[in-house]
Ligand binder design. Structure first.
Ligand SMILES: [Zn+2]
Length: 291
């Protein structure tokens, strides 16, 4: 429960209420006054709201400490939320595409569509404003970003032109929003793939890991790191102790390096290797691995 409270330190209830009001105005407006652009926009708002709760659930799961079935921790469970968002996006994209196909013969857009679009956008803008206090990743994944207001910038003029000049303008608006939805889906997909593909952290993380070891007289020969999520990495490192370091001191120092890196969000297993013959005198094991 504490984990969830941490995530929800923002005003989740207010975000939900205003996002729901925005989605309701859009869905009612599109059903009552005929706008397809507003209909597709309404579906994306509902999808954002559904995404919010899926993301929250998986984020809370990902904060559990390591246990027997997940000895490396649960951090990557947060990507369950992104996978779900992708499914939600694709469902509404298919549903919208089918609706637009059936609408291609023509339909009537009434004045109310434009007013509903403005009302919906206003509610949504308030939801975005309240979502500022939420965790950054929740906001982005659940679509509570200013980028969502771009859709309003398409829907409001296209519903108005659909009413004054003809349905084609409204239909074009709907297609633009649908294309934007596919674009977002591709971006989400790429994000997910990058996240689970064991991508290397930035060079500065390698430098930081090497520096921590070198500070203690352990010279890295091989470092391999991968990102676990946006903030955490893991990997292994082979180090050679500097001349004069006895094996037990090198072990203690390697432990220190591991603790320090763990505190900074990177779990590195260090293998101390003694390749210099003068160090092996008296030591019966050639190397030791710390866990
Ligand atoms: Zn577990």
């Amino acid at each position: 429960m504490n984990r969830l409270r941490y995530i929800l330190r923002g005003r989740l209830l207010l975000v939900t209420v205003f996002a729901l009001l925005g989605a309701l105005s859009k869905i009612l407006g599109s059903l009552l006054y005929g706008s397809r652009a507003l209909f597709v926009d309404a579906l994306t708002s509902i999808a954002n709201l559904a995404s919010l709760f899926v993301v929250l659930y998986y984020l809370s799961e990902s904060m559990k400490p390591p246990d027997t079935d997940h000895p490396f921790g649960h951090m990557r469970l947060r990507y369950g939320g992104i996978a779900a968002i992708l499914s939600i996006y694709m469902f509404i994209a298919g549903f919208s595409a089918a609706t637009l196909c059936y609408s291609s013969h023509g339909y009537r857009v009434e004045e109310g569509s434009a007013y509903a679009a403005i009302t919906g956008a206003a509610f949504y803008a308030v939801a975005i404003a309240f979502s500022r206090n939420l965790d950054e990743s929740i906001r982005v994944y659940a679509g509570f970003t200013a980028g969502e207001l771009i859709e309003a910038g398409v829907v409001i003029p296209s519903t108005w032109l659909g009413y004054t000049k003809g349905y084609v303008f409204d239909l074009v608006g709907a297609i633009i929003i649908l294309l934007y939805l596919f674009y977002e889906a591709i971006e989400t997909h790429q994000h997910l793939v990058r996240a689970i593909a064991d991508t290397s952290p930035p060079q500065r993380v390698y430098e930081e890991v090497a520096r921590e070891a070198e500070l203690r007289g352990l010279i890295p020969t091989i470092i391999r790191l991968r990102m676990i999520d946006e903030q955490h990495c893991s990997g292994d490192m082979i180090v050679e102790p500097r001349k004069g370091l006895t094996p037990d001191i090198a072990d203690i120092l390697a432990d220190e390096v591991m603790d320090e890196l763990h505190k900074r969000g990177c779990d590195v297993v260090i293998h101390v290797e003694y390749s210099r013959p003068w160090l092996q005198k008296g030591a019966n094991n050639k190397s030791s691995t710390k866990k």
